[in-house]
Design a binder for this molecule. Structure first.
Ligand code: PHE
Length: 370
């Protein structure tokens, strides 16, 4: 037997194998149980010791070189396959990127941005105050006496600990304490709005324990109700993007304004395609098919409140107003359940939310929906 010729033939076949399957078939053919080289090894047992001594090393060397050649060919084919895969799978940077999940601006934030934009144009700055207030700022300085019903335990969320000054601490029930804080901090003249969260012990379809208000206050010389009416009318026309907004001022009572006026706005009942009728703001509430809806509280700032703000009421006058921000959002964008505002349901947010890139501006339209 010519092991050298057998070896050469085997190595040539291995070198010619073009894929991993062929290499495996050759391995079985040479080294498998029935393989040709395995067969040669078996013949050693039947040989005389002298013969075995001369042929044995040749057969072992043959097996060795075939085993090595098979392993090398296998590795070469594997790395070629990997190279080919890498070449085929390069990332095409010119492909459009997969769309990243995009959040939306909550309607309450959107409306607050719209308010800031509209009032900035009227010369108002934006002020803030703490949501955890003391009862002096929330009630006393706003001329609400100890006996006022809004101070009752069941209406307001109190904290067990007293303020450093000794007063009770509570979650503010309105944004009006910012009137006091702004007067004390900035003095007069003053022109601010103060949007933010407020809290009341209330919960049903139209009331949530937390909701949003925007306060407005102007303190200057010679300020009168006409300024209040013009400011509210100008603001509401800009906010609802309608020139036909009609206001009705009704005498009312708030301890911190004197006189106090409740402001109603005219609407039309318009039936939609679903057969349900909707209130659409605009026009006089006295026109046929129209009505008035209560929108906000306001009035001339009470002399006592101006004094609590550290100013002389003989020198300075002003007006103030407070509106529900959630209410404004519902009226403008047509949601009908207040509670959905605070559920955090992604589907609601995707439907009613606004694009973060679509910043409200007076020139671009403060209310352009996403
Ligand atoms: N703070 C009042 C409320 O929460 C609203 C208001 C503000 C009324 C300013 C008059 C002036 O109902």
């Amino acid at each position: 037997m010519n092991t050298a010729a057998t070896g050469q033939d085997a190595l040539a076949q291995i070198a010619a194998a073009e894929d991993l399957d062929s290499v495996e078939r050759l391995r079985v053919a040479f080294l498998g149980k029935q393989g040709s080289i395995s067969g040669l090894l078996k013949t050693l047992g039947a040989m005389s010791p002298e013969e075995r001594q001369s042929v044995g090393p040749q057969i072992h060397a043959l097996r060795e070189s075939v085993t090595t050649a098979l392993a090398e060919r296998k590795a070469a084919l594997e790395s070629a396959a990997l190279e080919a895969r890498l070449a085929a799978e390069t990332v095409d940077l010119t492909l459009p990127a997969p769309e990243a999940p995009r959040g939306t601006v909550h309607p309450v934030s959107q409306v607050m941005d719209e308010l800031a934009e509209i009032f900035a144009d009227l010369g108002f700055a934006v002020a803030t105050g703490p949501e955890i207030e003391d009862d002096w700022h929330n009630f006393t300085a706003l001329n609400m006496p100890e006996s006022h019903p809004a101070r009752a335990m069941h209406d307001t969320f109190y904290f067990p600990d007293a303020s450093p000054a000794g007063g009770k601490m509570l979650l503010r029930t309105h944004t009006s304490p910012v009137q006091i804080r702004s007067m004390l901090q900035h003095g007069a003249p003053l022109r601010i709005i103060a949007p933010g969260r407020v809290y009341r012990s209330d919960s049903d379809a139209t009331h949530t324990p937390m909701f949003h208000q925007v306060e407005g206050i102007v303190i200057d010389k010679g300020i009168h109700l006409g300024h209040l009416k013009w400011t509210l009318e100008t603001f509401l026309k800009a906010f609802f993007e309608r020139d036909d907004i009609v206001l009705r001022l009704r005498p009312s009572y708030f301890p911190f304004t004197e006189p106090s006026v409740e402001v109603d706005v005219g609407f039309a009942l318009v039936s939609g395609p679903d057969g349900k009728s909707r209130r659409v703001l605009g026009g006089s509430g006295d026109a046929p098919g129209h009505g008035w809806m209560e929108l906000l509280g306001s009035g001339m700032v009470n002399r006592k409140v101006i004094e609590f703000g550290g100013l002389d009421p003989n020198e300075w006058q002003g007006f103030a107003f407070g509106i529900g921000v959630d209410r404004l959002a519902m009226l403008k964008y047509g949601m009908d359940d207040l509670r959905a505002f605070f559920d955090g349901d992604q589907r609601w947010l995707a439907h009613y939310g606004f694009s973060a890139l679509d910043v409200p501006t007076l020139s671009g339209g403060v209310g352009t929906p996403a």
